[in-house]
Design a protein around this ligand. Structure first.
Ligand code: HEC
Length: 102
């Protein structure tokens, strides 16, 4: 029984880790990267600092996976030249600030 309890709690811990997507990213670094490479277009489309692209009601990004894919795609399209860990920082920032995927 004790083993079963341990296994069960272990599983909870693992799913708990998944509840915080992009835990490896640092939002502070992500914000700096994002503000440098990503605002210009979004701002010209939506005004202000462009963040409405992330908060509009019909935003395209619905899951943490889609957010990661989008950032990866925008990184490639814009030639930002980010490493995977840079993408993780930006994902952590956008998720903490706007998307709030769990
Ligand atoms: C060349 C212009 C341009 C640049 C630079 C740009 N984007 Fe975008 N971004 C777009 C367009 C266009 C869309 C799609 C809008 C739509 O589908 O309605 C978009 C959408 C997005 C979305 C999805 C928004 C949603 O609906 O949830 C994310 C996330 C995003 N961009 C991240 C980034 C990141 C990160 C960078 C910096 C590497 C970046 N973008 C740089 C043009 C740009």
């Amino acid at each position: 029984m004790k083993i079963l309890t341990t296994l069960f709690c272990g599983a909870l811990l693992i799913s708990g880790a998944q509840a915080a997507p992009f835990a490896k990213g640092d939002p502070t670094i992500g914000k700096a990267l994002h503000d440098k490479a990503c605002i210009s277009c979004h701002a010209s489309m939506f005004g202000g600092d462009g963040s409405k692209i992330y908060t509009r009601a019909d935003r395209k990004t619905r899951t943490a996976q889609q957010l990661a894919a989008r950032i990866s795609g925008c990184n490639a399209n814009t030639g930002a030249g980010w490493f995977p860990e840079d993408e993780a920082h930006v994902a952590a920032y956008l998720n903490q600030q706007y998307y709030k995927f769990k």
